[in-house]
Design a protein around this ligand. Sequence first.
Ligand SMILES: Nc1ncnc2c1ncn2[C@@H]1O[C@H](COP(=O)(O)OP(=O)(O)OP(=O)(O)O)[C@@H](O)[C@H]1O
Ligand SMILES: [Mg+2]
Length: 496
Amino acid sequence: MTPGLTSGDRRLVCLIGKLFDNLKQEFEYRNLNIVESTLDEAVARCGEGARAVLVPPSQASEVAKTLGHLLRPTLDHGAAIYIVAPVGDLFAAAHILVSPEQLARKLSISIQSAKLLPVKAINGAENWERIAAQLCLTHDPGRGFSDDSKIMMQPESEKSAPDDQNAILIRRAFSDFEQIHLTPLHGKKLPINGPWRVSARRQQGRELIEFVVKTGTISGIGHEIFATQTACFDHMAFPHYPPVVEKRCTIGSERRAIVSMFVERAILFEEYILSHSPALAITALFDGPLRRWRRGGGVESVSIGRLCKTRRTLPPSAGTHGFNVAWRRAHKDEPEILPPHDLLGRLLGQPLIRIRKVQAHGDLHLRNIFVRQNSADVVLIDFRKTSELPASIDPATLDTSFGFDIPRVSPDNSLVPELLFELYKPPLLGRPFMLHVGNHRAEAIQHVRRQISDSVTELEYQLAVSSYLLWHAWWKRNPIAYRCASRILSALPRRS
Ligand SMILES: Nc1ncnc2c1ncn2[C@@H]1O[C@H](COP(=O)(O)OP(=O)(O)OP(=O)(O)O)[C@@H](O)[C@H]1O
Ligand SMILES: [Mg+2]
């Protein structure tokens, strides 16, 4: 088989026009190979691993047509497009055609994503040959495509197979393998963008490790890769997160793929809690991945409610549908609870409080935490929302996830309302440990709260927990979460 080229192997540049000495030299000097190509040849060559397409000034009057032909197929294979136009009207026109606004419209993507595309207009004044060659050199096209690598679904199913765009990104990411076996990992929805477990194989050779791939918008996945690298690399010991395999994170015209290592011999906390007492794993979570993240950090004054609203933990308005459904259900059993408008108003109107800012995961629910089999070691995944946040945010997410995130497959694992009212009755911190022996979820909530009594005040925790209870009320239409939040917030002093 011919393995797909790596980014460094992709040294061919297609010139839509006549080659001349000076241009050739600039490319040769950079160890790049430039060849004359028609538009169709350029498209075909990008599919075979060309690095970029260069449109010289002589073609400037045809830019709109050229772009229409090249844009999608070139970008889907990671190649860049550079258009050189002579100074004046033609340059202005080319500049507009490759502006993020125009590209976003043509490709139906966001302007933010379009800004990251390798499509540029070069001013055809002096030295454009050098500038073009340098841009081609510094562009990173990612892995190239190979016709020989095939995707195979496990179990065989059309429904969970990636669509054409995703298939190209995945085949490029793993183009050094003949067979790319994909297994969907999402239980709850059709995996349009994954994640898929990837088991890649060559005909001969040793067994390979497994990966996980998911796709998303160019800017969104770009942010996830950047956030994972910056939050984890220097701050979290390596067994506690699956590294991103950057050289396999391919970019296309509409989407980008993120590839990370598969967490082996581990089960999700969601499943672990069904059969294990959680104390050891929760201690391991705060002592392991969260240890350095939660140390130090400055003190600031913030409104927890407003912060949660910005982070979309709270419904955007009192009239939001799911939130109102939860209220109507809750109101039937407890007529005195606060209506949506008053409840949100009570939370958002709280005065600023002093909090400690720490590095937080930002989405620490039970499906983003793995516990290793035969040990209580913990591995975190999905760092999309990681950021510096008040020290209460991760614990409150986890606390309410134990309380209310009940997998559909095991409804009998839910906590009865009386116990939830008891667990979410203030004070939340520093209460004598009222173990409900054998009830793993109740134990877990109390263990989480034990870990944070030195970093989070009672008031901060009540506000953070109320915010996440309201998330469950809103998204899961959960009337008990609504009632718990209403009880906590009703007991807080009103702002004068
Ligand atoms: N590196 C990994 N190793 C093993 N399994 C993984 C890995 N990454 C993701 N998964 C599985 O895929 C599921 C979804 O992954 P991930 O959280 O990255 O996607 P998501 O679209 O953000 O999901 P959600 O919206 O539920 O948070 C996880 O709950 C886990 O079961
Ligand atoms: Mg997730």
